[in-house]
Design a protein around this ligand. Sequence first.
Ligand SMILES: [Zn+2]
Length: 96
Amino acid sequence: MTMIRTTCTTCGEVELIPGELTLQLTALDGAGTYSFSCPACGFDQRRPANHRVISILLATGVDYEVIEDKSRITETEIRRFSAALDAEDWAEHLQI
Ligand SMILES: [Zn+2]
């Protein structure tokens, strides 16, 4: 069984099996984080994962989920903004 070595903020170095980690991937840029419950102290831990870490974790069979990046502007927001610009009285709402 492949062991994944990582660190807990409280306990230091810990070893996990792939089933004990979950990888969260961001849909657009491929960046990610992984989370796990420390086997020693039980606290939930979250760590950034670069591309290299992501490919290692995926290769060892870690479960992953794709999450939407909330910091990016969405199609809905663009449509709402565009509709607001089309409203005739938008200039009256400007604060000078
Ligand atoms: Zn710990």
